[in-house]
Ligand binder design. Structure first.
Ligand code: F3S
Length: 108
C-alpha cells in the first residue's frame, strides 16, 4: 500500500485525491490518509503532493514507519470520510509545509 505521512498534517493540499483511480483517500480535520484496503499501489499520487507526504510502504523513511498503522487506524475512524475532489488547502498551509515534528498537531 501507499502511506500518507507527517508532512500532510496542517497542509492538506488535496492535489493527491484528484488523481487517485480508486478513491482511496480519507479526510480528517487536518490531514488525509490512504485506506490500505483500497489502494492499488499505482503511485500516481506521489508526485502530486507538494510536500512529498506520500510514500510506497517499502520506501518509507524510518522515522515515518509508524504512519502505516496510523493510516490503517484513521481510514477506519468515524468521521474520516472519502474525499475524491481537490479542495482549498487550509489558509495557513504554506506556513506549516516545512515544519518537522507535526504529529502533535494531528486532529483525529
Ligand atoms: Fe496531504 Fe499532500 Fe495530499 S499535503 S492532502 S498528501 S497532496
Amino acid at each position: 500500500t501507499h502511506v500518507v505521512t507527517e508532512s500532510c498534517i496542517r497542509c492538506k493540499y488535496t492535489d493527491c485525491v484528484d488523481v487517485c483511480p480508486v478513491d482511496c483517500f480519507r479526510e480528517g480535520p487536518n490531514m488525509l490518509v490512504i485506506d490500505p484496503d483500497e489502494c492499488i499501489d499505482c503511485a500516481v499520487c506521489i508526485p502530486e503532493c507538494p510536500v512529498n507526504a506520500i510514500y510506497a510502504e517499502e520506501d518509507l523513511p524510518p522515522d515515518q514507519v509508524h504512519f502505516i498503522k496510523l493510516n490503517v487506524e484513521l481510514s477506519q475512524a468515524a468521521g474520516w470520510k472519502s474525499i475524491t475532489k481537490r479542495k482549498a488547502a487550509p489558509p495557513d498551509a504554506d506556513e506549516w509545509k516545512d515544519k518537522p515534528d507535526k504529529l502533535s498537531e494531528l486532529v483525529r
